[in-house]
Write a protein that binds this ligand. Structure first.
Ligand SMILES: *[C@@H]1O[C@H](CO)[C@@H](O)[C@H](O)[C@H]1NC(C)=O
Ligand SMILES: *[C@@H]1O[C@H](CO)[C@@H](O)[C@H](O)[C@H]1NC(C)=O
Ligand SMILES: *[C@@H]1O[C@H](CO)[C@@H](O)[C@H](O)[C@H]1NC(C)=O
Ligand SMILES: *[C@@H]1O[C@H](CO)[C@@H](O)[C@H](O)[C@H]1NC(C)=O
Ligand SMILES: *[C@@H]1O[C@H](CO)[C@@H](O)[C@H](O)[C@H]1NC(C)=O
Length: 429
């Protein structure tokens, strides 16, 4: 009985999401680090050598990622964003790194990152120029894909500035084919829907066939209002975007800004919990060389990462709004469920939320095993729909739970196992 339920759940997931880009990558949401939100287009290496966009920055991040538990936690990609190239292509029409800031060149940097057991990401743009005005890839897709492959780059973030929107899809698809043609597995991160939404409802089936993840909404900023605006956009478009997510391709709500300046600790917990529920890429943009221990522990929390990386690969969605709480739920493998309860009342103190009010509580009929992961790890034990459990959630904070159904079948199996054990023990005694 249990086995049948499991098979149906897997089949349901497979038929639900359209075909993913077939490059064998991003079978789980990508994890890593990306420079943009924290370091932006800081190219002043004379005045600010520690924080400017230079090979040193990525080498130092790779060192820290390899040494301080990030790699073990699953963070794998060290990603360059805009402002890395020279303003001129070379004599063969190839992109080249700024020679002053990247004296070793990108191939050497990739070798260094690989020597740490990590992967390197790079950035380019589907249009005439990058967003910061560096050379774009329009008219050079094959050359640029080939260059990145020769440099042994592992991920391409492909932005959408300075592109006629009617050609966006064509451009993104052409680059996808060009990457495939190189024969190197390069994870392909797109912004196609973000640039198309102002004009036209994007075709998420085509996007999933083309890209490994895709941005739909504005850049994240280091503020709670920015994180909230991303959650609001996602919830209000969930009927369109959630079905497009699955192994091989994911909706990308942009970087984690945990460990920076703008979010309180409760708000950082909310971002981490909701990004896990959304099956979002976990690309941190912060300074790993200098991060407070609480933020580090949150980003490395293995229980939250397990939700993010759950093998069923389904994105969660917002399922209820009650009394300024939002309930978000993500189906997990083996019939389990992750539930996040976000307290959106930004006045007063902690408020109680009776978890019977969550739609996911139906998993608990007749019984379920509930584990609270945020704000503290706590095994709440086996509960029924009659159990009266109230969790406390701080203003702009989130309680994150996993719920495992305890079916009467597995109870019976459990009981039989014990009876068999007792019998067996009696025989051997
Ligand atoms: C290129 O695409 C084909 C067919 O879609 C796929 O089998 C192959 O693995 C891809 N190669 C790379 C390097 O992504
Ligand atoms: C965008 O491309 C379309 C179709 O190729 C063309 O008709 C239109 O003139 C272009 N717009 C601009 C601003 O270049
Ligand atoms: C995409 O590739 C096709 C076929 O090579 C070409 O005709 C078209 O102009 C390309 N579009 C863009 C935006 O590069
Ligand atoms: C969306 O893209 C898919 C796959 O490329 C295609 O089969 C489908 O016709 C497109 N849908 C629309 C409405 O254009
Ligand atoms: C409930 O889940 C916790 C955490 O996974 C586990 O340690 C515990 O054994 C489970 N309890 C039951 C009765 O299944």
């Amino acid at each position: 009985m249990c086995g049948v339920v499991l098979v149906l759940a897997v089949l349901g997931a497979a038929s639900r999401a359209a075909h993913a880009l077939d490059n064998g990558l991003a079978l789980k949401p990508t994890m890593g680090w990306l420079h943009w939100e924290r370091f932006m287009c800081n190219i002043d290496c004379d005045q600010d050598p520690n924080n400017c966009i230079s090979e040193r920055l990525y080498m130092q991040m790779a060192d820290v990622m390899a040494m301080e538990g990030w790699k073990e936690a699953g963070y794998e990609y060290v990603c360059i964003d805009d402002c890395w190239p020279s303003h001129q292509r070379d004599a063969h029409g190839r992109l080249q790194a700024d020679p002053k800031r990247f004296p070793g060149g990108i191939k050497k940097l990739a070798d260094y990152v690989h020597s740490k057991g990590l992967k390197l990401g790079i950035y380019a743009d589907v249009g005439k120029n990058t967003c910061a005005g560096y050379p774009g890839s329009l008219g050079h897709y094959e050359t640029d894909a080939q260059t990145f492959a020769e440099w042994e780059v592992d991920l391409l973030k492909f932005d959408g500035c300075f592109m006629n929107w009617t050609l966006l899809g064509e451009g993104y698809m052409n680059m996808s084919r060009a990457l495939n043609k190189t024969g190197r597995s390069i994870l392909y991160s797109c912004e196609w829907p973000l640039y198309e939404w102002p004009f036209h409802k994007p075709n998420y089936t085509a996007i999933r066939e083309t890209c490994n993840h895709w941005r739909s909404f504005s850049d994240v900023y280091d503020s709670w209002s920015s994180v909230k605006s991303i959650l609001d956009w996602t919830a209000s478009h969930q009927d369109i975007i959630v079905p497009s997510a699955g192994p091989g391709g994911w909706n990308d709500p942009d970087m984690l800004v945990i460990g920076n300046f703008g979010l309180s600790h409760d708000q950082q917990e909310s971002q981490m919990a909701l990004w896990a529920i959304m099956a979002a890429p976990l690309l941190m943009s912060n300074d790993l060389r200098d991060i407070c221990p609480r933020s580090k522990a949150l980003l490395q929390n293995r229980h939250i990462i397990a939700i993010s990386q759950d093998p069923l690969g389904r994105q969660g969605s917002r399922t209820a709004k009650v009394q300024s709480f939002e309930v978000w739920e993500r189906p997990l493998s083996q019939g389990r469920l992750a539930v996040a309860v976000l307290n959106k009342q930004e006045i007063g103190g902690p408020r109680g939320f009776a978890i019977q009010a969550a739609p996911g509580w139906k998993v608990c009929d007749p019984q379920c095993n509930v584990t609270q992961i945020l704000p503290q790890y706590k095994e709440l034990g086996v509960l029924t729909p009659q159990s009266n459990v109230v969790i406390s959630v701080n203003p702009s904070g989130t309680a994150l739970l996993t719920i495992t159904p305890v079916s009467s079948d597995s109870q019976r199996l459990h009981t039989r196992y014990w009876l068999d054990t007792i019998k067996h023990n009696q025989v051997t005694l």
